[in-house]
Write a new protein. Structure first.
Length: 193
């Protein structure tokens, strides 16, 4: 479709921050066999889904409100940040032959890089002195009951911090990925009487 915007209109949009220059050329109309993957940009909804060809794909509520890049190869959809850091990998909702006709599609850039630094999350300690992170149950003692602790998770160890001070380091025994970053603090008040 022909654009009604002039060069001055485009320059004004870029200057105001409402637009940005295109990063790469769009995918050409011919779908040759040498095309291995394509990319699209999408905004994550408030419930953690993105729309791909009228299909909602769940990529995680922790990404709600963020603009992400999806790298689609017909098998896997890699969810990436602006710095091409891998945020999540889910099943591709469409075959590659249908992906090339999506809105805003372009040739895929280099594959995403996997973050290597540890991730810090928050967890609320139960009344019995334990919590769960990456599918692993950890006991820190009843002295920490109902506290919100910071938990640093890397490939081999899980470190628990209370007000910045490490209180326990345990070996990591699971390979699950982190789903929740922030803990939901207990807001219900107990009835006395």
């Amino acid at each position: 479709m022909a654009s009604r915007l002039t060069v001055k209109d485009l320059a004004a949009l870029v200057a105001s921050g409402q637009a940005r220059p295109a990063r790469v050329d769009p995918v050409p109309a011919d779908t040759s066999d040498n095309l291995a993957a394509v990319e699209i940009d999408r905004l994550v909804s408030s419930i953690g889904t993105v729309s791909v060809s009228s299909r909602a794909s769940c990529i995680g509520a922790h990404l709600a409100g963020q603009r992400v890049t999806l790298r689609l190869d017909g098998i896997t959809a890699h969810v990436m940040s602006d710095q091409r850091q891998l945020l999540r990998a889910v099943a591709c909702p469409l075959p590659l032959s249908e992906c090339v006709s999506l809105r805003g599609v372009r040739r895929a850039g280099p594959p995403p890089h996997v973050p290597t630094e540890p991730v810090t999350v928050q967890r609320v300690v139960s009344s019995r002195g334990g919590f769960q992170v990456v599918g692993q149950k950890i006991q820190v003692g009843r002295i920490h009951a109902r506290k919100i602790l910071e938990v640093t998770v890397d490939d081999t160890y899980i470190t628990i911090h209370d007000n910045g001070e490490p209180i326990r380091i345990v070996p990591r025994t699971t390979t699950q990925e982190i789903i929740r970053i922030k803990s939901q603090a207990h807001t219900k008040k107990r009835k006395i009487g």
